[in-house]
Ligand binder design. Sequence first.
Ligand SMILES: O=P(O)(O)OC[C@H]1O[C@H](O[C@H]2O[C@H](CO)[C@@H](O)[C@H](O)[C@H]2O)[C@H](O)[C@@H](O)[C@@H]1O
Ligand SMILES: O=c1ccn([C@@H]2O[C@H](COP(=O)(O)OP(=O)(O)O)[C@@H](O)[C@H]2O)c(=O)[nH]1
Length: 484
Amino acid sequence: MSPVGTVAGTADRKRTTPRPAVTAPKRRLVVVSNRVAVPRHGRTGGEGGLAVGVKAALEESGGMWFGWSGKTVEHDVGEPEAAGLFEAGKTTYAMVDLTRRDYEEYYNGFANRSIWPLFHYRLDLADFNRRYLAGYQRVNALFARRLAPLLRDDDLLWIHDYHLIPMADQLRHMGCRQTMGFFLHIPWPALEVLLALPNHRALVQSLCAYDLVGFQTEDYRRAFVDYCQRELGATVDAEGTLEAFGRRVRTGTFPISIDTQSLAEAAEEAAGSRQIHRLRDSVRNRDLIIGVDRLDYSKGLLVRVQAYEHLLRAYPANRGRVVMLQIAPPSRMEVPEYMQLRHEMEAACGHLNGAFAEFDWTPVRYLNKGFSRRMLAGFYRTARVGLVTPLRDGMNLVAKEYVASQNPEDPGVLVLSRFAGAARELDGALIVNPYDLEATAEAMQMALALDLEERKDRYRTMIDRLRSHDIDRWREDYLSALAA
Ligand SMILES: O=P(O)(O)OC[C@H]1O[C@H](O[C@H]2O[C@H](CO)[C@@H](O)[C@H](O)[C@H]2O)[C@H](O)[C@@H](O)[C@@H]1O
Ligand SMILES: O=c1ccn([C@@H]2O[C@H](COP(=O)(O)OP(=O)(O)O)[C@@H](O)[C@H]2O)c(=O)[nH]1
């Protein structure tokens, strides 16, 4: 299990003010996701948007969170009879172990070597081995068998992400008639790209077993509808409801967000901490540029290092004057393409430092480890520039966290890829095409040079959006649409 994920992660910070009351669903909420953020030793455990949003919904209304336990068992010793259950507060956690083979074929295989690269437009990296597909179907069927006996007739099911697309279909085959919603955290690709997936039709057919299918952006939703119309002959009405395979499926756009208020509080508090003082002392009077990403090829890490090299070549006055801090915790290390990226990043950062470093200045600090969100908030606030350059990204919460962490009186500037879902909302960022290295370098230069008034203006438009569209709003919008 990788150290940093959107669902499971290190301890979260408690809000100092209560969450606003939102319309809690009257029916019991059952959340299903690959990773489950289990509370440890009474501390809150969530890290990314999914964990924060789901936990808040379950704390409020009570319910169940079902998924993989994070454990693999070495041999297939026969399936356990039932999911392991335990209660914490109003929430029941129900979790299933996976055999090593299931984990390899379902998680490392179909989820992360077939769907993930394809949906992030990396056809060159996709592997459509049929063994992976079989493992994916097998684990979805196993999850459905373990969940079905725990369900009540009027439960609301909220199933998350690309690992679990066929789950509703599996449950329906077992006779489950509950309301079921799906939310996709990653991009939905254009029709021409999706057609490369050997079982694309069956996969989309299984999505039609849901009552509501939610996407991060309107572009992804439209791409899904486009596929259904052109490939399946589905009809769609003005509200985005599809008719396909004899079912009516609603579609919607629900951009995930962050706990804006608690991030801002954490950043302010962290600014006075010993570690942030240490960071500031080490950076001295230089400008800090920060990147924070799982070590994933979709995040555009290599082009980012190249763009930074362009910055140092095209604007040599920056040499000795800026420092780039790239935090890149290893992720999915059993998938060969991720290991390959690790080697490539080591070479790229080594090359850059070798070419430009001076005896008293190192241009890039490259760290293969994760930090708590509280520490990250302090790092973000210290950085004059936040660099978020994915080649394709469902949303990208780091972009939102960077903005929320800024000092309103002296905010930094976000340089953001147009291919991140977050670019649809964060229009105060300097938006770049990350494939265009020179333009990215120019945007970095501009970010370093922006005057205070313009930085404040850009920050204000973004923070207003993040305050009105925070993580509470995301789950409220999704759950009220699902329950409607
Ligand atoms: O669980 P892992 O394999 O360790 O991966 C971590 C998560 O990565 C993906 O995150 C996505 O969801 C974010 C929140 O909606 C979104 O901002 C980001 O753009 C996506 O890449 C994945 O979709 C999650 O399921 C993983 O837990
Ligand atoms: O060292 C780290 C690096 C990242 N994160 C968190 O991991 C999440 C990453 O989410 P994002 O949507 O940016 O990308 P994903 O990794 O889910 O694709 C964010 O909440 C980060 O704050 C973290 O807690 N510690």
